[in-house]
Design a protein around this ligand. Structure first.
Ligand code: SF4
Length: 340
């Protein structure tokens, strides 16, 4: 081997060693190794062979770090492949970031609940109860709304006295629902928050103000011509009638205990279109598991009513960019309301 060959091989070995040390540093285990190499360099060739031997003891495949013009021949020329390959550090430490993991989106499954149907092909949907449109009823939906009133009042009274789950011990008061069956549009949210718990009415906090504005915008834009839309002419309710402490998510046994109240309200209201606000309402009524983004943009059935899914107004407060898709969903709601 010529001196030139030796120099080239030594340079190659030194470069491989530097890469190895950088990788081990990134793993947090290379400091001792680096210190050993530095010590070997400081103490000269005689000690360097000892240092290199020490390194080889801990890592038999580690090459000599020598980069001098007349390097000692070395017998090991390969570097172990590490089990974990960390990302290459950037010159700018601030840029050394890992990409966030892709969100896991579960595809909706076919409902097991015979009341709810979720399919993409409208041809497969069961019949829609088209006589729930105000124009199709003699005297509009007034008669239907009048019949619903005492049932809604009875459900409200029962909910206010209910002790079926532990939330009765932490609530200020139950929050049954507000509005009427006048239009046949029902918005279903998740659970009362602090403002609702104090006032006994759903959607009266900041998220509630946003929902009220959404309904007013539908009315202003005449999305359903001839039908006045307001908090009084639609019905607004939640899956849970009592506030979970600290606004935590509803627990499965709470939903199971409370959902009969919502079902009785819907039976009395005979909605033409139900709009689920957020995943808890959608998962309950459709018996699906999924994210709102995986469930919205489709039309479902809940018994004779059409059902759509959109984001909860509280989510819109945190993510204003979601207002566009929500407006699309409200337009879908209107379109479904107008068509049979
Ligand atoms: S959340 Fe529902 S089931 Fe639980 S106490 Fe309130 S009304 Fe009753």
């Amino acid at each position: 081997m010529t001196p030139d060959d030796v120099r080239k091989e030594a340079a190659s070995i030194a470069q491989a060693l530097r890469r190895k040390i950088e990788r081990e540093r990134a793993l947090g285990s290379g400091e001792l190794l680096a210190a050993g190499v530095a010590k070997a360099r400081r103490e000269g060739p005689s000690a360097r062979s000892n240092g290199a031997a020490h390194v080889r003891e801990s890592s038999p495949s580690m090459p000599s770090p020598s980069t001098s013009a007349t390097p000692e021949p070395v017998s090991v020329t390969t570097v172990e492949s590490p089990a974990f390959e960390p990302p290459t550090p950037s010159a700018d430490p601030g840029a050394f970031t890992l990409s966030p993991p892709e969100p896991h989106v579960r595809a909706p499954k076919r409902s097991a609940n015979r009341d709810a149907v979720a399919v993409d092909d409208p041809e497969e949907l069961p019949p829609f109860t088209d006589d729930l449109h105000p124009a199709a009823l003699a005297g509009g939906r007034d008669q239907l709304a009048a019949v619903a009133l005492p049932i809604l009042a009875s459900v409200a009274a029962e909910a206010r006295a209910c002790t079926k789950c532990g939330l009765c011990t932490t609530r200020t008061q139950a929050v049954p629902g507000v509005g009427s069956a006048a239009t046949g549009i029902v918005f279903v949210g998740e659970a009362p928050g602090a403002d609702e718990d104090l006032r006994g009415e759903p959607f009266v906090g900041r998220a509630g103000e946003l929902l009220t504005r959404m309904i007013a915008a539908m009315d202003e834009k005449q999305l359903i011509p001839g039908v006045t839309l307001s908090r009084e002419t639609v019905y607004i309710a939640n899956v849970l009638k009592c506030r979970p402490p600290e606004n935590r998510n509803p627990l499965p046994h709470e939903i199971e205990s409370c959902s009969p109240y919502l079902v009785r309200q819907l039976e009395a209201l005979q909605p033409r279109v139900i709009c689920c606000l957020g995943k808890f309402a959608a998962e309950l009524l459709l018996q699906l598991k999924g994210t709102v983004s995986s469930m919205r943009g489709k039309t479902y059935r809940w018994r004779g009513a059409k059902l759509i899914v959109t984001y909860h107004p509280a989510y819109l407060l945190r993510s204003p960019s979601a207002k566009r898709p929500v407006w699309d969903d409200l337009q879908r709601l209107a379109q479904e309301y107008l068509t049979d």
